[in-house]
Ligand binder design. Structure first.
Ligand code: HEC
Ligand code: HEC
Ligand code: HEC
Length: 425
């Protein structure tokens, strides 16, 4: 009897093993086909199973995050501000925020999104990064929409870490900026009609989805600002009502830009060809009519330097070096002057964005992105990858300091200015 159950010769195991495996498959198939497993989100996981799943999640995150190095400036106020408004737009819907609870939809999910102000301290910086970049399978936690650049994700880590110690009014101030106070003079931008189908580029559009979604633009987002017409109010959280950005933070100055450049960048953010999860989430939701209107609104604001420009103090020698690069270029690196494109009289028509009075930190970040290849390709003429590769970190901060210190121009003034192309300090 025992000898039949545990045969001596290896070959005699084969039959019973194959039979057991086959029987297992048949039982599994019956269970799945009959639909017995209960996948209802309303039925919580049994406690031991939930603990096992959470342990698996923790181990997986710890393992995959182990090789990451957080940037040296992780705790900078710039990064915290960059993360805050995106958190209010997107993440707070599921995870709650300081002094505010979670909505009933989020609480009805399984697994339930943790209340981050209380729970985030359990994860290290690099573990938070990994979760944000890749999301969590079999849960509602999404991966980061743009996988091509990590700087935005680190900024979100910087903000999320501050949640446990943050009070409600501080959160409102850094997340909503000046639009936290009711601002009735901001225009109401209607959705309009005549919506066109637009192409959609997504890093996971290659993944088989069963039913492919044919995106009818604009998308709906966690925040319904586009449908309520509160578009400028939303932009103002990050860019300020006048477009000059905020005193803190690396937000670009929109007031200096031309309407066609703003319009083009919004379309590129929306279809994903310019990479930024912060801006894609917003631009994705705008109708074509709203994009036109918002471009007209911001380019029509008084031309003023970036709000943050008032706070920086760069040594004069560095600004001088920046002026040399901007106005003459660097002969030893075979680099022409930046103004050879950016300050041409027909620069707007040729889509060379205006730089005078732009935010310094924003320009540094963009030049580094061009150099590393993370800004994306809008399909228009773009020589900036080659230009930025010729610049070292020292050149980048010098030329950014120079442009941030310049008085913004309007095209009419420009032609006269070009005649006397001297650094204006
Ligand atoms: C649609 C709902 C949803 C949205 C939107 C969402 N999350 Fe999550 N998130 C979840 C769920 C659900 C989990 C839990 C995953 C699990 O336990 O397996 C989670 C887990 C996390 C965790 C890990 C927490 C822990 O203690 O294990 C972090 C950090 C996090 N989310 C941050 C964010 C940030 C930042 C955003 C915004 C960019 C965001 N989430 C957007 C649903 C969401
Ligand atoms: C959550 C914060 C946030 C909100 C809200 C937001 N922006 Fe932005 N915006 C950014 C950031 C950050 C960048 C820089 C993106 C990058 O790094 O590529 C940016 C970039 C831009 C640019 C490109 C500027 C340039 O010089 O190339 C335009 C145009 C723009 N935003 C317009 C808007 C408009 C219009 C709205 C409202 C409909 C809006 N933004 C709402 C954060 C925001
Ligand atoms: C041959 C023309 C040309 C030259 C020379 C050039 N640029 Fe550009 N630059 C462009 C174009 C075109 C873009 C828009 C790229 C895009 O569509 O993403 C741009 C974009 C930029 C941006 C991003 C602006 C924004 O608002 O997002 C910065 C910053 C910039 N250039 C700085 C420089 C600096 C500094 C130099 C000189 C070292 C320089 N550029 C030289 C054509 C040029």
């Amino acid at each position: 009897m025992l000898r039949d159950l545990f045969p001596r010769r290896l070959l005699q195991w084969l039959g019973p093993l194959l039979f057991t495996a086959l029987a297992g498959l048949v039982v599994a198939a019956i269970v799945v086909v009959t639909g017995l497993p209960n996948l209802a989100a309303t039925t919580p996981h049994p406690q031991p199973w939930a603990a096992f799943l959470h342990y698996t999640f923790n181990r997986s995150v710890a393992f995959h995050a182990s090789g990451l190095t957080p940037p040296a400036d992780l705790d900078s106020p710039n990064r915290v501000a960059l993360g805050a408004a995106h958190y209010a737009n997107v993440c707070a819907n599921c995870h709650g925020a300081p002094g505010t609870g979670q909505n009933p939809i989020a609480l009805a999910m399984t697994p339930r999104p943790p209340y981050l102000p209380a729970q985030i301290k359990d994860l290290s910086d690099r573990e938070i990064f990994w979760v944000l970049k890749h999301g969590v399978k079999y849960s509602a936690m999404p991966g980061w929409p743009t996988q091509q650049r990590d700087d935005e994700i680190w900024s979100m880590v910087a903000f999320v870490k501050t949640l446990p110690a943050m009070q409600y009014d501080v959160f409102r101030r850094i997340a909503l900026g000046e639009s936290a106070s009711p601002n009735d003079r901001l225009p109401h931008l209607d959705f309009g009609s005549n919506l066109a189908l637009r192409p959609y580029i997504s890093h996971n559009s290659g993944i088989w989805q069963g039913d492919i979604n044919h995106y009818q633009y604009p998308a709906t987002g966690p925040d319904q600002f586009a449908e309520t017409g509160a578009v400028i109010q939303t932009c103002a959280r990050c860019h300020g009502a006048a477009g000059t950005g905020r005193a803190v933070g690396a937000f670009p100055n929109l007031a200096i830009l031309s309407p066609q450049y703003i319009r083009g960048e919004l379309a590129s953010f929306a279809n994903g060809s310019r990479h930024s999860a912060f801006m894609q989430t917003v631009a994705d939701q705008l109708s074509p009519a709203q994009m036109d209107a918002v471009a007209a609104y911001y380019s029509g604001q008084p031309k003023a330097k970036s709000l943050a420009a008032a706070t920086f103090a760069v040594p004069a020698a560095e600004v001088q070096y920046g002026a040399q690069i901007a106005l003459q270029g660097l002969r030893d690196r075979k680099l022409g002057s930046c103004n050879g494109c950016h300050a041409l009289a027909d620069a707007d028509a040729r889509n060379f964005p205006r730089l005078n009075g732009q935010n310094e930190d924003y320009m540094i970040a963009q030049l580094r992105l061009f150099r590393a290849g993370g800004r994306g390709d809008t399909g228009r003429y773009n020589p900036m990858v080659g230009v930025a590769k010729a610049l070292g970190d020292r050149e980048i901060s010098a030329v950014a300091a120079y442009y941030a210190a310049q008085t913004p121009y309007s095209p009419a003034v420009l032609s006269a200015e070009r005649v006397a192309a001297k650094p204006q300090r």
